[in-house]
Design a protein. Structure first.
Length: 65
């Protein structure tokens, strides 16, 4: 399983987030130290966050496999 490292203070924004074939809901994602709404140490590390918008902006899909 891969982990996305997000540096402290960083808040990246994407339209969609997938773990395998599962789309994740709108919100913030990160490790337990990030302060994100959805904490997931299996997929994220570091103190930063990933904000998922579910907009239709091309090129903003992240898939963690």
């Amino acid at each position: 399983m891969k982990t996305m490292k997000l540096a402290a203070g960083v808040n990246e924004t994407v339209g969609y987030l997938y773990y395998g074939a599962t789309s994740k809901r709108v919100g913030t994602y990160g490790s337990t130290s990030s302060g994100a709404l959805y904490k997931d140490d299996a997929h994220f590390s570091g103190g930063g966050m990933l904000t998922v918008l579910h907009d239709n902006v091309p090129g903003t899909i992240i898939s963690i496999r």
